[in-house]
Ligand binder design. Structure first.
Ligand code: PEP
Length: 256
């Protein structure tokens, strides 16, 4: 498939960094800067900021997403939020399996799978994160880790579900560290992700799925990463907290 048929998606992961007021201000600052974007633009905010973000984004091309959700529809899961609850807020996507959730909150490939399927079943787009640690890369386990995260994390996700699937390749050693995978390193893993996905859902469907790169992406390195044939956007942490930097990455997507 011609890669130009995959609309790049640039999503900001604001993590636990913005209050409701800060969320509104940043979206209002960002909106005019990205109104002509030639890619999908999203911001993923804490649960408590979702409605504020939806308000601020109304009338703009900014899509609002969440950063996590539980797999059950309802029940005795104190402190959790279900995918169907998220749909009630009007948002359209949800990040699943971010490495910070794997590292600090006991997320496993199995729970990533449950969450991803719940998000998709609720009609939201799931951004499913995969990526290796530095130790895994240096031990020569890169392919094994990515294939396991894909095979288990996407178990029972069908070809039809893939219309609601985005994958984010986020090497853990590059997140928030200022170290970025080189475009060739990133492309190599993106190609592996697409090949692994092809075995799960068929090559034709795998060609339609967008694979984002995440890990210290910024205006200065976005263009060369996004120029690679299997890199279809970015999941951005730090640089998404400054409107001008985030807009700079979005502008780079137009040149890819
Ligand atoms: C992230 O947290 O998903 C991320 C990619 O962060 P950063 O851009 O700050 O490395």
């Amino acid at each position: 498939m011609d890669r130009s048929k995959r609309t790049p998606v640039i999503a900001g992961n604001w993590k636990m960094n913005k209050s409701r007021t800060g969320t509104k201000l940043l979206i209002r600052e960002l909106a005019p800067l990205v109104s002509n974007a030639r890619c999908n633009v999203a911001v993923c905010v804490p649960f408590t900021d979702l409605d504020a973000a939806m308000d601020a984004a109304r009338g703009s091309n900014i899509i609002v997403g969440a950063q996590n959700c539980h797999w059950a529809d309802n029940g005795a899961f104190t402190g959790e939020v279900s995918a169907s609850m998220l749909t009630e807020t009007g948002i359209s996507l949800c990040v699943v399996g971010h490495s910070e959730r794997r590292q600090y909150f006991g997320e496993t490939d199995e729970t990533v799978n449950k969450r991803a399927r719940a998000v998709i079943a609720a009609g939201l787009t799931a951004i499913v994160c995969v990526g290796e640690t530095l130790e895994e890369r240096e031990a020569g386990k890169l392919n094994e880790v990515i294939e396991r995260q894909m095979n288990v994390g996407l178990k029972d996700v069908t070809a039809a579900d893939c219309a609601k699937l985005v994958i984010a390749y986020e090497p853990v050693w590059a997140i928030g560290t200022g170290k970025t995978a080189t475009p060739d390193q990133a492309q190599e893993v993106h190609a592996l992700i697409r090949a692994t996905l092809a075995k799960l859902v068929g090559a034709e469907t795998a060609e339609t799925v967008r694979i984002q790169y995440g890990g210290s992406m910024k205006p200065g390195n976005a263009a060369e990463l996004l120029a690679k044939k299997d890199i279809d956007g970015g999941l951005i942490g730090g640089a998404a907290l400054k409107a001008a930097d985030f807009a700079g990455i979005i502008a780079a997507a137009a040149q890819a």
